[in-house]
Design a protein around this ligand. Structure first.
Ligand code: GLN
Length: 492
């Protein structure tokens, strides 16, 4: 048995039947990290020694009956923008290179309560701004399916670590696609929950009205399991919803008969790679054969989503990142002579190019002379996007699109052209603008063997509908059984 190929629900079964112990599992993952990390570069911080110790402790407690959680001893990896008490939380930035959070994010606290073992903090684009993980201050993570390709971003470390079997599942965050796009590039499952379903307390803020934490997993069942663990109201996040808790595994029925699927034609137009399109069309036909009703429709405000997103996200980022001033915490420039110079030098030296670009753009669109033309306009368009989705969901249960217009691209191919990089979010940003849930699942590979992702969008708090639809297709396609990452390439 290859332990690191198992899903979390399979690991749970093996623990229950006593085929495996917690230390067996943790050791297998540590061995795998030791074997693959030099190629994949997914971690900013590994916690393997701590994990080993925890595994023995938890195993002992379980055998004595002191704890009996279903998840006790299951390992995980966490994107490095979620606070972990006593462990560095860097956001892959020089600004927070040595920042040790004094508290746990709510999601991390929830995992700790279950005695889940954190194997480490995962690489990302600096402050979650980017779509390839190349904007990390520390390292470039590589795609396990081809080491010369990016893993996507900004949760590229999380997606690559799951795909490479270095963690069984991981947490990512998604402001404009950062869970779904890397999940699609790495052939794994990524879920961005409805805005407000998961607490953002302890997630380093990028754009607060768009940010959500969510699961990156090997399959849809694990996605439901991890969502069960992290969803729920939190008094420390006033935007978190007070909806009643549900068990998201209960909705996985493997049945889509009568499900109404809307296919927005704008997401299949020019600019979408032909192989991606063909793979999506095949998946849609499969849904039809399984009894779903398919209809094409127009979601034309989506054409303005990318511009709207980059105005709102940058505006909020410019405000949120104001706290990194060299005084309160984080990097402080050495030789600054006045207060103003501390601000200026610390920020100039501590932030990378993309983060600076966003702060400048955000400050510009919020400035008094341009506020009406950009920020206010963007908020108006945001309302239109929401309304058009509301209307669509009067007719359809889910909306299906590609997750990204292309498969994973070559490392270095887009870093010199920010607009090109922004375009890889074209299919995902509308969902954040409207606060909706969406999942990306692998639906095939292209002629180069790179995974293709399909995005299923649901109405607000209808995670169950998209999870069931994703699960049903997964049972049919059997992606994991048919395709595995090859770790080829890696010369550059
Ligand atoms: N790639 C998008 C951006 O650069 C999305 C980032 C995210 O979701 N965190 O803003």
């Amino acid at each position: 048995m290859n332990i690191t190929e198992l899903t979390v629900h399979e690991l749970q079964q093996k623990l229950k039947s006593k085929e495996l112990t917690i230390p067996d599992i943790v050791r297998a993952y540590i061995d795998r990290i030791n074997e693959k990390e030099k190629d994949v570069q997914a971690f900013v911080t590994t916690l393997t020694d701590e994990a080993n110790k925890q595994a023995k402790d938890i195993e002992e407690k379980v055998s004595k009956g002191e704890i009996n959680g279903e998840f006790a001893g299951i390992p995980i990896g966490i994107k490095d923008n979620m606070c972990t008490k006593g462990v560095k939380t860097t956001c892959s930035s020089k600004m927070l290179e040595n920042f040790i959070a004094p508290y746990d994010a709510t999601v991390v606290e929830k995992l700790n309560d279950e005695n889940i073992i954190n194997l480490g903090k995962l690489n990302m684009d600096e402050f979650a701004m980017g779509g390839s993980t190349e904007y990390s201050y520390f390292k470039k993570t590589r795609n396990p399916w081809n080491l010369n390709k990016v893993p996507g971003g900004s949760s590229g470390g999380s997606a690559a670590a799951v795909a490479a079997g270095m963690v069984p599942w991981a947490l990512g965050s998604d402001t404009g696609g950062s869970i779904r796009q890397p999940a699609s590039f790495c052939g794994v499952v990524g879920l961005k929950p409805t805005y407000g379903l998961v607490s953002r307390y302890g997630l380093v803020a990028f754009a607060s009205s768009l940010d959500q934490i969510g699961p990156i997993t090997k399959d849809v069942y694990d996605s439901s399991l991890l969502l069960n663990l992290i969803a729920g109201q939190d008094e420390k996040d006033t935007t978190s919803s007070d909806r009643e808790k549900v068990d998201y595994t209960k909705c996985l029925k493997n049945d889509v008969k009568g499900l109404k699927i809307g296919v927005p034609k704008e997401f299949f137009a020019e600019g979408i790679n032909e192989e991606v399109k063909a793979s999506l069309e095949k998946a849609i036909t499969t849904y039809k054969k399984l009894g779903a009703e398919i209809e094409e429709f127009s979601l034309d405000v989506a054409n303005y989503s990318l511009a709207t997103y980059y105005i709102i996200a940058c505006a909020e980022a410019s405000s949120n990142l104001g706290r990194f001033d060299g005084i309160r915490y984080g990097y402080r420039a050495k030789d600054a002579k006045s207060l103003k110079e501390i601000f200026k030098k610390s920020r100039s030296e501590g932030f990378g190019t993309e983060v600076k670009r966003r702060i400048i753009l955000g400050t510009y669109v919020l400035s008094s002379g341009y506020y009406d033309a950009y920020y206010k306009k963007a908020q108006q368009v945001r309302t239109l996007v929401m309304k058009q989705f509301e209307k669509a969901f009067e007719k359809y249960d889910i909306i299906v699109t590609p997750t990204s217009p292309t498969v994973a691209f070559d490392i270095g191919s887009k870093t010199s052209n920010p607009l090109e990089m922004y375009l890889s979010d074209i299919c995902t940003v509308s969902v954040n603008i409207a606060g909706l849930p969406a999942i990306s699942i692998p639906c095939g590979v292209d002629s180069q063997g790179m995974p293709i992702g399909m995005q299923l969008i649901g109405n607000k708090f209808c995670e169950e509908t998209i999870l069931n639809a994703a699960y049903t297709l997964e049972q049919k396609i059997k992606f994991r059984e048919n395709y595995q990452p090859t770790f080829k390439g890696g010369a550059n």
